[in-house]
Design a protein around this ligand. Sequence first.
Ligand code: DC
Length: 225
Amino acid sequence: MSVVSIAIDGPAGAGKSTLSRKLAQSLGFLYVDTGAIYRTLGLFVEQNGKRCSDPKEVIGLLDQAHIELRHEKDGFQHMYLQGVDVTEAIRSNRVSSYASLVSAIPEVRSFLLEMQRTLAKHHNVVMDGRDIGTVVLPEAKVKIFLTASPECRAMRRQRELSGKGNELPFSQVLQEIVERDEADQNRPVAPLRQAEDAVLLDTSTMNFEESLDALLSLVKERLPV
Ligand code: DC
């Protein structure tokens, strides 16, 4: 069976997950959120009390990490760690920091690479992350680099947090976004960057519906008919 992959990369808070999930739904493809895989490993490291500042401690844990990604009947991707559903638990700010730190370790990236590639080998996928178009699926049929200005991403993030009852000052949310961009862009291995053959989609001046329409038309123009 010949399968098609769509790679969506971009910085934190660009709306990648929500847009990619909708895109996958409308195409009937499997949606794969690779950030969730790094988050699950981050949670494992946290649970084991290891220090991310020492890559050796993290690498020493890899053999014991049993990470599974399952697409369940609700259509959502669920993450399992040692057989336990951790889909919700990996969304905390604390786990975000652990995920960011472990994702900078080359051995962690190669450990998780096969899992991502295997999914794309057996399914039509919309896969989102930071290095999908550059490292994980360099042969992807369509590559999109989805971004928005840091201020705009911070505004959206602040609204999202506020919807969950978590009120934070704009300056703090913006600072966290800028710090995560720096970390993701400047790590030596698989840094966040636009693949040469990726199309840039900047959604700074678009609302959600407009962003989705723009994404859908970019993808449909490029998909085999
Ligand atoms: O997209 P996210 O915020 O859930 O990602 C969590 C962390 O994992 C983030 O710091 C970047 C990292 N990540 C990565 O390095 N490579 C990917 N393909 C996806 C996420």
